[in-house]
Design a protein around this ligand. Structure first.
Ligand code: FES
Length: 71
């Protein structure tokens, strides 16, 4: 799977952008949605975003100190 592939067609968000925000400290799908707007249109892609988040954290511990502050 190419990380440049668009996951969210409504808001033009790629898997690469979702991974980037996870590396920056997003802790869950809700964080990804707030920061990238992915999954906030038709919501068809939310399950795929959840899969990416789940796979990302499968072998990692969440670090709350990395958490991004969203307004
Ligand atoms: S494809 Fe992501 S919100 Fe529509």
């Amino acid at each position: 799977m190419s990380s440049k592939r668009l996951v969210c067609l409504c808001n033009h968000v790629s898997a690469e952008e979702i991974l980037k925000i996870l590396r920056a400290g997003a802790l869950n799908t809700s964080d990804v949605q707030k920061f990238t707007q992915a999954g906030t249109g038709c919501t068809r892609c939310v399950r795929e975003i959840e899969d990416i988040v789940e796979k990302y954290f499968a072998n990692r511990e969440k670090d709350p100190q990395l958490r991004i502050e969203f307004k």
